[in-house]
Write a protein of this length. Sequence first.
Lengths: 459, 206
Amino acid sequence: MNWVILIYGILAGACVFLAATRGRIWWRERRAWAHLAFVVCCVLPISMYWAGSHLPWMMTLSLAYLAVALGLVLGEDLTRSARMTKRLTESETALRASERRLEAAGVVAWEWDVSRDEVWMGARDRAKMGFTTDEPIDRERLFHDVHPDDRAAMAAEMQRVLDHGGRYECEYRCVLPGGSVRWISDRGRAEMDTNGRVARVRGVSVDVTRRVESEESLAAQRRQLGQLSRTTMHGELSGSLAHELNQPLTSILSNAQTAQRLLAREPVDAALLRDILDDIVTADKHASEVVRRVRALVKNDEQVRQREDLNEVVNETLRLLRTDLQAQGVRIETDLAATLPGVIADRVQLQQVLLNLTVNACDAMSEIAPESRRIVIRTEVVSSTVLGVSVEDSGTGIAPEMMGKVFDAFRTTKTKGLGLGLSVCRTIIAAHGGALWATNNPTRGSTFRFTLPTSEPHP
Amino acid sequence: MNAPSPTVFLVDDEELVRRAVSRLLRAENFAVETFASPEEFLAKTDTTRPGCVVLDMSMPRLTGLDLQRALKANGSHLPLIFLTGRADVPMTVKAMKGGAVDFLIKPVDDAVLLKAVCTALEHDRVQREQRVDLENFRTRLATLTPREREVLDHIVTGQLNKQVAADLGTVEKTIKVHRARVMEKMKISSIAELVRIMERLAQARK
């Protein structure tokens, strides 16, 4: 009987030992416990009962059973351990591959712990972004490298994400090790904690300098094209310029010659001479104003956008073109909306567009009889947020095969001019948030229409 | 009959130009009236008054050429001087064909403008006199009896009294009497004069 108790004692000890070391896993698995419970609850009393006569082989059975059960459990442990190691290795390989991919793409991954205000970044990425391997990266440290003009926007975006969660997106200039300034684009997403507040933001940063630079070069090209177009329009305006200047010049000449006559007489009418000189000064100022206005139209100035009234722009453009149009025998009609909300736009550019469209309309009618030449310019409220302007002519219309190409650069049916006008007009209108297109009229001629968003939406 | 003094009517949409040109004309003792648009001029003026019109070619709405047409339609005989900042050949031709006295380019030299105005006013004066004369002739013509009128029509073709008598189936003596009465009523002293008058009347009718 003694050595039975001894063996059970050893086995019990072994079970306790194993439970202590692997208890958690076993608990999850529950199988080991089932084995032990079976042994304890069933085999033990039976073997005790049979202890008298059949003790030796009952004991052997239960011992064998226990041994097998324990063997299985231990075996499972070992295989699980091997499996875990294998998964860990695979996982580490995948992580390394992922890191290499990010590096190949030039992407830096980070994680911002909000409560600690600390950004985690891999060692390699830290070096890339100009951080040392150990220094803690808080918001202040981040801003240190960011271009001062971009800091406000970045801080605002961070605050927005802190308040509302969701996606984090920001583009800014950054000083990198070596002193170079690059455009960085950050993209990330906020993760909430159990209280519904933002706990961390995870994301990546990409160097987008090349993209930004190419955008800027495109904008510069467009400006250049605009300048080229302005200089070609210069020729188109010279007739009106001459006429506009002739009025003040006439006033000055006639006044001065009248003064000469008056001075030859006795007595000299000083009051009248004073009136004459006042008028000469006024006329001179008018002339300067005309020159200034036309010069503004051909100068390559930076855009100045402010609130403009489309009706005023139309009227001013027509004043500039009036003589040229009359010389061609063209009748101009306007149909301007009575109340028109304003648009935020560059007045000079809008005038350019209208000038171009009107001159085009005029040219479109050069082949038809003078009596039938008619241009109608309309302004209207298209919707509560959109205004429309249209220039309609009574010419020969646009040939069907030309319809799609009418706005192409360097396409012209005229003998002079570079054919730049319409393509630049389209660019200008698009830059203002509108659209420019052409249609043929049901009766005769064609209509060029453009829309612009209004700065004063109304229901 | 006392003709009212001639007036220069100045039509230009630019105020500075109106002031300067009217000053110049008034300094030379012309009577000037200014208007900012052809519509204003037509509405406020009796276009049978003596004088001339100095007008800008390119004005909004009604242009100078439109005014020229309107005046003709009204039966006005006011001479026109066009003043314009821009001169292209078609415009000039149209204006002159429409009967303008002159076509001047802005800015205009004072001597040139004054000469044109003088010419135009003289033109107007002469035309008026001629029109008055013609009117008188017409009145006098109307006083002729039908028979006398017949005789007149024959005389002006250069026929001798004998031939006229033969054509009209009457005696030479009768013709002589009619002829004397015609000359008296028409207040003329020679056939040549009568012929000229009848030609002028015929011209005016065209």
